[in-house]
Design a protein around this ligand. Sequence first.
Ligand code: COA
Length: 169
Amino acid sequence: MSEPSITIRPEAADDAAAIERLHERTFGPGRLAKTAYRIREGAGHRLELSFTARIGTLMIGSVRLTPVRIGTAKALLLGPLTVEPPFRARGIGQALIARALAEAKAKGHQLVVLVGDEPYYARNGFKRIPKGRAVMPGPVDPARVLVCELSAGAFANVSGPIRPDRDAQ
Ligand SMILES: CC(C)(COP(=O)(O)OP(=O)(O)OC[C@H]1O[C@@H](n2cnc3c(N)ncnc32)[C@H](O)[C@@H]1OP(=O)(O)O)[C@@H](O)C(=O)NCCC(=O)NCCS
């Protein structure tokens, strides 16, 4: 029998509880104290730029994008990215990132930042931000602050603190 296919679709409002459980299982209560979490709490993620992966009706992964500013420049913060352990190493994480980036680009966004492992995210075009150029509002390892330019040179003249963009349209 062939494996059921995996679908990726925009997050729906009623996915929130299942995604919260996924985050709790993956990251535990420590997630609530993370700097990136506090930014996300400040602005709220965009459903139309956030995606879930499913097998049938079973949710097996999620990625979210949240509007931020780096200095005065508009950007999106990617995360959390989570795939349920039995379904890892099948390309689902990469597919979720690729879909979120494609949708953000299609909607005219130029920059996506995140806090994560460069060796993993480099596959989707993320690069380390030079230390001090974009500063998270709390403790993070600067080597894990990464940016992806959705249009060439979009990060060239950008610098400053990263903060939630509460007024993003
Ligand atoms: C990170 C995560 C989302 C990857 O999802 P996934 O669906 O397994 O990823 P993919 O199948 O697209 O990619 C798997 C590949 O990435 C590699 N990889 C996974 N996590 C990595 C990391 N932190 N650093 C470097 N490589 C990593 C795997 O070894 C695998 O390599 P291979 O293709 O050479 O075999 C998943 O492992 C997860 O949910 N982890 C816990 C939560 C987490 O750490 N999230 C990221 C921070 S928000």
